[in-house]
Design a binder for this molecule. Structure first.
Ligand SMILES: Cc1cc(=O)oc2cc(O[C@@H]3O[C@H](C(=O)O)[C@@H](O)[C@H](O)[C@H]3O)ccc12
Length: 579
């Protein structure tokens, strides 16, 4: 939910910063203000802003003074973090405001009672980024993690103060259909009010629908209408509309919020994914939010480059591997017509590095762990539920679901997704292949394969035959479920060449991607291919990685490797709509 009406005070810029490795800050009352000569920029992770902070994965404090005008007195005020973590605590003017766990979802705290209007206010943020096996995703040490990406810490995404009238919209859920059906559910914090609903084209030139609900008294208002002549949203024509909701009390405007929506249908049936009643093929990438110096912040210009590169290469989709991406990231997907598989930060690729089988079974059977997973899923869906680009949820990445307790966990969270959002399908990225016990719990089977890299290394064709045999076996077991390959690829160091193609060379990566795509693109039960990865990204230090994971077909600074040209050629042969 967004607003042009509410006022926002950006807290982007330089903040005072202090490392607190020994956890002294709370005992020494740093929340009232602290001494430090260090400066940091927000938004961006802390690690690469100073080489001395690069390997720092503990507690750090941020401080910034902000002037709040007298005119905002009596308003509702929130401090909103688009993403910070892992564990964030906030104080204003020495008073504790609240805490939040998790780095990749938006969270906010009401601060109106703590602000001083017409004066400066001191904002203090404490971030604890210590690895922990109970974190989502789990980690034991900076370089011993269940996930294959760098454990960046800090205020990674924008933070701001938002001011609204006491009488305001709390939440807005919008459901649409390609035939113009529009359903809306608003949660309004107000006693008696009128609502004005407007639908406009994306450019805001034409008013398509205007309606009113007079004399509403309840907190929840539902509305349904059929809109004539809407243009459906799809990757070829990503037609967006703006839905505006105004709240009036005694004819006076008190709040106005909006969403950018698209009219589209997604269905999974008969072994296919249908968009607007037409079967589709997902061609694209697993991605990361990762960029030099910025860490986990994706600057708008970098996102623009990424989306134009993805378009140029013929991709139509991506997965938010392995955590929900920023609003800006998904705004561009809505705008440029990318189909998104949205994934929460439940990533377990290397969990056996940090827990044994019994410990894994115990963790995944723990009710508190399930509740924590549900909580982050809830936040993720709340934030991105109205996006036309999001067509499906990947409930987890590479869980050890050959263990019955883990399969049961997946069944429960897949069910929870349906409770929160029955309009979208579910999948999860499995790397247990034929041994996975949870493949039947989701609508689409997604498989990650590295035969030819982690196994059958140096022997691509042997790897491809094994992969194909396993997929065919899975298809036999689940003949009605669509299958997509959510990860396949090989590391390549830019400029490393080899004839014949050998591992780590650009030629080996090119041959591996070509072999996988050419083998899989013509099987009619395969509904998507996502190459791992769009671009090189930073990972944990290990003998398996050379600072970066090099499976990108672009480098970390977005220059093409040899395989980029091949992917363009291959993807041009696959149509988005299969009929
Ligand atoms: C050691 C290993 C073997 C294997 O067969 O698969 C596999 C998968 C791993 O993680 C996934 O693959 C990507 C990669 O290794 O490049 C990761 O970057 C991605 O996040 C994972 O989904 C790791 C290790 C292995």
């Amino acid at each position: 939910m967004r607003s042009w009406y509410r006022q926002r005070i950006s807290l982007e810029g330089f903040w005072k910063f202090r490392l607190d490795e020994r956890d002294l800050g709370e005992k020494e009352n740093w929340y009232g203000g602290f001494e430090s000569d260090d400066v940091i920029y927000v938004p961006a992770s802390w690690n690469e802003q100073n080489p001395d902070w690069d390997q720092f994965s503990s507690i750090a404090w941020y401080e910034k003074k902000v002037f709040i005008n007298e005119e905002h007195n009596n308003k509702e005020a929130w401090i909103i973090f688009d993403g910070a973590g892992y564990f964030t605590k906030v104080w204003i003017n020495g008073s504790y405001i609240g805490s939040h766990e998790g780095s990749f979802t938006k969270f906010k705290f009401s601060i109106k009672d703590k602000l001083t209007f017409g004066d400066f206010n001191n904002i203090i943020v404490r971030i604890d980024n210590k690895p922990d096996v109970h974190n989502l995703p789990p980690a034991k040490e900076l370089n011993v993690t269940a996930f294959d990406f760098f454990n960046y810490g800090g205020i990674h995404r924008p933070v701001y103060i938002e001011l609204a009238d006491e009488c305001h919209v709390e939440d807005l859920t919008i459901h649409t259909k390609a035939n113009g059906k529009l359903r809306l559910k608003a949660e309004v914090n107000c006693n008696e009010y009128d609502l004005k609903i407007r639908l406009m084209d994306k450019e805001m030139n034409n008013l398509i629908l205007e309606d009113e609900i007079k004399g509403a008294k309840s907190r929840i208002v539902e509305y349904e209408r059929s809109v004539n002549n809407v243009k459906p949203w799809d990757p070829e024509s990503p037609n967006l509309y703006i839905l505006i909701l105004d709240v009036y009390v005694n004819h006076k405007l008190r709040d106005s919020v909006y969403e950018r929506i698209g009219f589209r249908d997604v269905e999974i049936r008969n072994g296919r994914i249908y968009l607007n009643n037409r079967p589709i093929f997902l061609k694209g990438f697993g991605r990361h939010e990762d960029f030099p110096v910025l860490g986990k912040y994706m600057y708008g210009a970098v996102l623009i480059r990424d989306f134009y590169l993805m378009k140029k290469i013929g991709a139509n989709s991506f997965r938010t591997s392995h955590y929900p991406y920023s609003d800006e990231h998904l705004d561009l997907a809505d705008e440029l017509g990318f189909l998104v598989i949205l994934e929460p930060p439940l990533c377990y690729s290397n969990i056996n590095r940090i827990l044994n089988k019994e410990e894994i079974a115990k963790l995944f059977s723990d009710e508190r762990y399930l509740e924590k997973a549900k909580s982050v899923i809830n936040e993720m869906i709340k934030q991105h539920k109205n996006r036309p680009s999001v067509i499906m949820y990947s409930v987890t990445n590479e869980p050890p679901s050959d263990i019955p307790e883990v399969a049961e966990f997946i069944r429960k969270i897949a069910e929870y997704f349906k409770v929160l959002d029955p309009t979208r399908g579910t999948t999860f990225a499995s790397h247990r292949s034929i041994n996975d016990l949870a493949l039947g719990c989701v609508d689409v089977i997604s498989l990650n394969y590295y035969h030819g890299w982690y196994t059958e290394w140096g022997e691509i064709s042997k790897g491809v035959s094994i992969m194909l045999r396993e997929i065919e076996e899975i298809h036999k077991r689940f003949p009605d479920k669509p299958i997509m390959i959510t990860e396949f690829g090989a590391d390549a160091i830019l400029g490393l060449h080899s004839d014949p193609p050998q591992m780590w060379s650009e030629e080996y990566q090119e041959e591996m991607i070509r072999s996988y795509v050419e083998t899989l693109m013509r099987r009619d039960y395969i509904v998507g291919l996502h190459i791992w990865n769009f671009a090189d990204f930073r990972s944990t230090q290990s003998p398996m990685r050379s600072i970066l994971n090099r499976k990108g077909i672009f480098t970390r600074d977005r220059q093409p490797k040899l395989s980029a040209k091949t992917v363009k050629e291959l993807y041009s042969k696959i149509k988005t709509f299969l009929s």
